[in-house]
Design a protein around this ligand. Structure first.
Ligand code: FAD
Length: 487
């Protein structure tokens, strides 16, 4: 029963507040102000506890949203913490970073503003950590089996936590120097401070997970060695190969994939002895790609002191309101203003890059672009005589990712890949190799943290069943899941 059955009639949605732009541009701290808990109690009371909570289906994790909304609405934060963690290993990540498909599926969103589900989720997580309610949950027995997980992003970490709690000995191998995958070196500090990640890693370590950073499987250890030493292997390698701009001049200096830039910016904040090879200070920057990665580049270059920034997107500007092609409760393509977009830079839509101009030393100096428009078949066509030139000292490619990097595996050890370049699995997340499973972006293709956690939980269920004959671990998604959610 909703905490206040008439709450949605009495209270309006209050969005979480961001710190003033001029203040936050001077630091790297999270852009949102601290949560006012009494306001969150009111906001949770807007949840109607609908007969059919579509928010459940909007969320790949099947989060028990009306249940924890009701508990927060009654000021029962400890119980809300328990319900939240029942389906989500890392709500402090999704509470900050998820595009919240649950909110676009909220029944209230049919004719009013949705419940602030994501912010309530974040508030519950923060209250839980502040009260030390997030304790290690140690397995009550050991199965005698061991599992290797390759990749320490949200998919690998969720799988590891589920499996260690089920009593398996779990080792996570990570090629980077620190654990976390894109949570560590992709997502900038202003979206999630790394202390939030480290806090959760403390719990995982205490639960018994062994972490082996600086270890590339395929180089430091072969996949065959893992298969010999472990009863099961999970490949949670992410989708790390960037889509590149193969255009005249694209091999110039100063043109680089976003993930050759963002990790250095974050590393420099935590390691004073590290000097990033490239920064945007006093540079004219062009970002190719209008998505989340592009926005993360934007917020980063603005904080580094770029003199001018333009973000180009090849698709036309999305609509301001839900288009007919994406009716409720689907996740609609909308014109969104992220925190970085509030902070500066220009955005241009329907622009295709034609070529880069380089100086005699091979350094990029400008980019030539052209306008594009959708034709009757929905294909992008270049508009005649629409070429424009913009000067640029740094061009960041944020145009997406094309699949996991399997290049370090010997050919005969490589799992079968799909036509999309992702690792193929059967309905049990098993690859073509006996005892080897795959999950997360490596399997699904470039996606979201919430999907990575859902896949990590699901692959853990199937690994546990493979080792034990059956499994009590939850399994929120199947490999062919689409749910109502995006990507
Ligand atoms: C810049 C950026 C910003 C993003 N922002 C958001 C956001 O705000 N919200 C959101 O929901 N999603 C966001 N995403 C997407 C999200 O981060 C990913 O969907 C998610 O991290 C995928 O999780 P994963 O565990 O499958 O892979 P990853 O997080 O990519 O982790 C894979 C890990 O495997 C390691 N690895 C790969 N090969 C090997 C090997 N051979 N040996 C050892 N280790 C290996 C990699 O080093 C990496 O650490 C963003 C993505 C990017 C690039």
């Amino acid at each position: 029963m909703a905490a206040d059955p008439r709450g949605f009639l009495k209270f309006s949605r209050q969005n979480p507040e961001r710190r003033p732009v001029q203040v936050r541009l001077r630091d790297w701290k999270e852009v949102y102000k601290e949560s006012d808990l009494s306001e969150q109690v009111v906001q949770a009371q807007r949840c109607m506890d609908c007969g059919i909570p579509f928010c459940h289906r909007g969320c790949p994790l099947g989060n028990l949203i009306p249940e924890w909304n009701e508990l927060v609405g009654r000021d029962r934060w400890a119980s809300a913490t328990e319900r939240l963690h029942a389906t989500n290993n890392f709500p402090e990540f999704t509470g900050r970073l998820c595009p919240a498909p649950c909110e676009t599926a909220c029944v209230l969103a049919l004719n009013r503003d949705a419940v602030t589900i994501e912010y309530i989720e974040k508030s519950i997580s923060e209250v839980a950590f502040a009260h030390d309610w997030v304790k290690p949950i140690k397995a009550t027995h050991q199965t005698g089996h061991n599992v290797a997980i390759v990749g320490s992003g949200p998919a690998g970490l969720a799988a590891a936590q589920q499996l260690v709690r089920a009593g398996h000995a779990v080792t996570v191998f990570e090629r980077a120097d620190r654990i976390g995958g894109l949570l560590r070196y992709g997502i900038p500090e202003f979206k999630m401070e790394k202390a939030i990640l480290d806090r959760r890693l403390g719990q995982l370590t205490e639960e018994g997970i062994e972490f082996r950073p600086n270890t590339t499987i395929g180089i430091d250890l072969t996949l065959d060695q893992l298969k010999a030493d472990y009863d099961a292997v999970v490949l949670a390698l992410g989708s790390t190969r960037p889509r590149l701009a193969e255009l005249p001049g694209s091999d110039g200096h100063g043109i680089l994939p976003a993930m050759d830039f963002l990790p250095h910016a974050t590393r420099a904040l935590h390691d004073r002895s590290f000097t990033p090879p490239v920064t945007a200070t006093d540079k004219r920057v062009v970002i190719l790609g209008g998505g989340d990665t592009g926005a993360d580049c934007l917020g980063t270059v603005l904080r580094q002191g770029a003199s001018e920034v333009v973000q180009l997107e090849i698709m036309p500007r999305p609509a301001d309101s839900r288009p007919e092609t994406a009716p409720w409760p689907m996740y609609p393509p909308l014109f969104r203003i992220s925190s970085a977009h509030e902070e500066g830079g220009d955005r241009m839509f329907a622009r295709e890059t034609v070529r880069f101009e380089l100086d005699s030393s091979g350094q990029v100096v400008a980019l030539v672009m052209a306008e594009v428009a959708l034709d009757e078949d929905g294909k992008l066509q270049r508009v005649a005589n629409s070429e424009e030139r913009i000067e640029a000292d740094l061009v960041l490619l944020a145009m997406g990712f094309v699949g996991p990097d399997l290049s370090m595996f010997d050919l005969e050890q490589r799992p079968t890949v799909s036509g999309r370049g992702t690792i193929s699995v059967d309905e049990h997340f098993r690859t073509s190799t006996e005892g080897v499973f795959a999950a997360g972006d490596a399997r699904r293709g470039q996606s979201l943290i919430v999907w990575a956690i859902a896949e990590g939980r699901s692959v853990a269920h199937h690994v546990d069943a493979y080792l034990m004959g059956n499994s009590d671990l939850g399994c929120p998604v199947a490999p062919d899941s689409a749910a109502l959610a995006i990507m």
